[in-house]
Design a binder for this molecule. Structure first.
Ligand code: AMP
Length: 378
């Protein structure tokens, strides 16, 4: 609040130059925005849509180059060091704020925020690596031991099926910083919901998404298929979280839906999110444009689903381009990343006039994905 609305040709500086940065740029260019990115990798995908500064997130010279003449700073990755965000905030407005960043960098802080708001999560306890067996009774087995920060796509996590495995799990994550032990949730589905809050406190929420993972990596997201009561409950949770954090910009809340129909918060991402990529073709306003509108103090856009749609990640390699483009309503997003096991190198969004047609188109996209060339062994 209080920051002047940046001018029409504002320069947006983005910490991180991955595919999320690239899609922010693709959404912002039609609005007349310019982009500069900071990323440690010289081949970062966002280089296609703005100037890429290659450097570490804690390199003062690289930060100087990123922030010079920038009107606003945002980030596409919550691993940005807090000190970097604070340093930049002394000279350029940084959104989302340092508080959103700090909370979402720490799984314990996320869960404590939820607890303070009476928003359910899996039972959890902070634990030292050599005390896991002693603490297991507090959450019950099976449980999941997680690093409090730095984990993503299932990394930094060990499942504990019984007390016998607890000590080994602690040893496996020893030296990876503070840990969190949480009960394994017997969920029926994983959901996510994107909320966006503007400087003036206006909050908009996107339709809830059902997510399917494999090997800890998101494979498929589909909005608009949950019951109205689940939709309302998830939206309310996301709205309360962005308000509690005074968040400005998009935030993603990942949820477990239990057999009993309860929604438990798993984690927060203070940024545009993979499970929201469908919004580019499937929503009236994409999550990327929405985030830019919010941080720049522009009016927020309509979040409505415009047609049944789904998003499929391309993990490790891209499918044959022509095979995807032959599917009506399918759009390929190639991040221009080198193929690598477990790496998200692109995604496909499919829209259709109805859910049956969408299912048929999804089956064709899945077949194209299965037929892709095997990953070359380097
Ligand atoms: P996360 O890094 O916390 O998003 O976890 C990655 C994936 O691990 C989630 O998408 C779930 O499939 C699974 N997972 C994480 N925490 C739990 C939990 N407490 N109970 C059951 N599954 C979990």
């Amino acid at each position: 609040m209080g920051d002047p609305v940046p001018p029409p040709r504002a320069l947006v500086a983005v910490l991180g130059g991955g595919q999320l940065g690239r899609m922010l740029g693709l959404a912002g260019i039609p609005l007349g925005l310019r982009f500069r990115f900071l990323d440690p990798s010289a081949g970062a995908p966002a280089a296609a849509v703005g100037h890429l500064v290659v450097g570490r997130f804690d390199d003062p010279a690289a930060l100087e180059e990123l922030a010079a003449a920038a009107n606003i700073v945002t980030y596409e990755w919550e691993g940005v060091p807090a000190a970097t965000a604070h340093h930049l905030a002394t000279r350029v407005p940084v959104y989302p704020s340092a508080r959103s960043l700090a909370v979402s960098q720490d799984r314990l802080a996320e869960k404590e925020l939820c607890r303070s708001l009476s928003i359910p999560t899996a039972p959890f306890v902070a634990v030292e690596h050599d005390r896991v067996a002693d603490e297991l009774a507090r959450v019950g087995a099976p449980a999941i031991l997680k690093t409090r920060s730095g984990g993503y796509d299932g990394k930094g996590q060990v499942r504990i099926s019984s007390v016998a495995g607890a000590a080994d799990a602690g040893t496996a994550l020893a030296g990876q910083g503070p840990l969190l032990l949480e009960a394994e949730v017997d969920f029926v589905r994983e959901l996510s919901v994107l909320a966006c809050r503007g400087h003036d406190g206006e909050v908009v929420v996107y339709p809830v998404v059902v997510n399917e993972h494999a090997g800890g990596i998101l494979r498929r997201s589909r909005p608009g298929v949950v019951a109205d009561d689940v939709e309302a409950a998830a939206s309310a949770i996301a709205g309360r979280l962005v308000e509690a954090l005074d968040h400005v910009g998009v935030m993603c809340v990942e949820l477990f839906e239990t057999r009993a129909g309860e929604l438990l918060v798993n984690e927060l991402a203070p940024r545009v999110h993979n499970s929201g990529h469908w919004t580019i073709e499937g929503a009236a306003t994409s999550q990327f444009e929405q985030h830019l509108r919010a941080i720049l103090g522009l009016p927020l856009g309509d979040t409505r689903l415009v047609a049944p749609c789904a998003m499929v990640n391309c993990v490790a390699t891209l499918p044959d381009r022509a095979a995807i483009l032959r599917v009506p309503g399918a759009r390929l997003h190639d991040y221009e990343k080198a193929p690598r096991a477990g790496r998200k190198v692109g995604h496909v969004t499919i829209v259709a006039p109805d859910h049956d047609t969408l299912d048929a188109r999804l089956a064709r996209v899945d077949a194209a994905m299965r037929a892709r060339p095997p990953l070359a062994v380097s």
